[in-house]
Write a protein that binds this ligand. Structure first.
Ligand code: SF4
Length: 375
């Protein structure tokens, strides 16, 4: 079955400027890009005997659109020459709207990239400035038009809500502008701030407050209402697809515990039983690859019970939910306290039991991580 094949993630750890909320690993000096391309090709080669085939490739970051199409092409060709890549593979590249020039997008489409993920975040100029985004609202709008003109018929837009002082009206306006392009996919994230980010530090100092939990739930419910009314499938806490075929095949592997190989600094991989992760340092990454060594910083073997617990956490974040059988195995049925919690969650409308699955309702998805802790 298609979903059982592993996915390949390639991290491009460069950004021209850092966004104030961002916790992803990237550096702002672009001078190492040429050496980085060689290193990533080497890292691909180092896994040639561990992974045979992929049916999704996701080039994320950082900012992949800072690379030239020739560089992206070289990476993809090397992946195809090293592994078997399914003929109908989903091949996604993340693009910053500021880089979405017509020539770049047209060339990207010709390299075989068939899915674009645009980091729009908002169509409100003040919010883009607050988030320290590099692009403007005008560039965001143009990037979608240009992506369509370049022939992309599978486009995902990333949006963020829950910005300090953001009104529901402003968020609804962003959603309605996004919907006017009929994107195949929308990822709507709630702003959350790690303490070691610039906005996190300002938040710690009390310079602004984030919306409280009730307000965040309002944003969440409004988002789900508007997008489901527009015909989108709410298939994961933050993810909405125009129809079944538009769900992100790559991201679903993470939620379903399907193996994936992650390349580049800070990338994580999963074999089905073991998880490992690369150094969160471009410098160390380049040293390791120069010495033809895998740049792995650490690994862990998942025990069957850890795996079941993760299945529960991940599954309850998706519309599919988790098989009732997993819940039973997790708690050596019957486990009276957990069963009582489950009955209560069903009674309160957070979970439904349907066709042998425990499925979070929309209310349940709004507090998905908490549900998993109770079960
Ligand atoms: S462009 Fe993306 S990866 Fe780079 S700093 Fe901004 S949010 Fe983070």
């Amino acid at each position: 079955m298609q979903m059982a094949q592993p996915g390949l993630y390639i991290h491009i750890p460069f950004c021209k400027t850092k966004c104030g909320y961002c916790d992803f690993y990237s550096v702002t000096s672009l001078s190492s890009i040429p050496e980085y391309i060689k290193a990533i090709l080497e890292e691909i080669s180092l896994y040639r005997y561990d992974f045979k085939c992929f049916d999704t490739i996701y080039i994320g970051g950082g900012t992949p659109s800072l690379l030239s199409c020739a560089d992206l092409w070289e990476i993809l060709i090397h992946a195809r020459n090293t592994f078997t890549v399914a003929a109908d593979a989903e091949i996604t590249v993340e693009v910053n709207p500021a880089d979405a020039h017509p020539h770049f997008l047209t060339s990207l489409r010709r390299t075989g990239v068939n899915r674009l993920n645009l980091g729009i975040q908002s169509f409100d100029e003040n919010i883009l400035r607050f988030l320290d985004r590099r692009h403007t609202c005008k560039q965001a709008l143009e990037s979608i038009e240009q992506a369509r003109a370049a022939g992309f018929d599978n486009i995902g837009l990333d949006l963020i809500y829950g910005i300090p002082d953001q009104s529901l009206l402003s968020w609804k306006d962003t959603l309605s502008r996004a919907l006017s392009f009929e994107p195949e996919h929308l990822s709507c994230y709630q702003l959350s701030l790690e303490d070691d980010t610039p906005l996190g530090r300002r938040h710690q100092k009390g310079e602004f407050a984030l919306p409280d939990e009730d307000r965040q739930i309002d944003f969440f419910m409004t988002t789900a209402d508007i997008l489901e009314d527009a015909g989108y499938l709410h298939y994961e806490v933050s993810s909405f697809a125009r129809d079944e075929s538009c769900k992100s095949r790559h991201n679903q592997k993470y939620w379903r515990h399907i193996p994936y190989l992650g390349l580049g600094p800070a990338a994580h991989s999963f074999s089905g039983q073991r998880r490992w992760w690369n150094h969160r340092s471009l410098k160390q990454y380049l040293i390791d690859l120069r010495e033809v060594r895998r740049p792995v910083e650490g690994s862990e073997q998942l025990t069957p019970s850890q795996k079941r617990l993760e299945n529960c956490f991940l599954g309850l974040r998706t519309g599919e939910g988790i098989p009732m059988q997993h819940f039973s195995e997790q708690h050596n049925t019957p486990h009276p306290e957990k069963r009582k919690n489950l009955d209560e969650l069903v009674r309160q409308g957070f979970i439904v039991i349907q066709d042998g699955f425990l499925k979070p309702t929309r209310r349940g998805l709004a507090v998905a991580d908490r549900l998993a802790l109770m079960l």
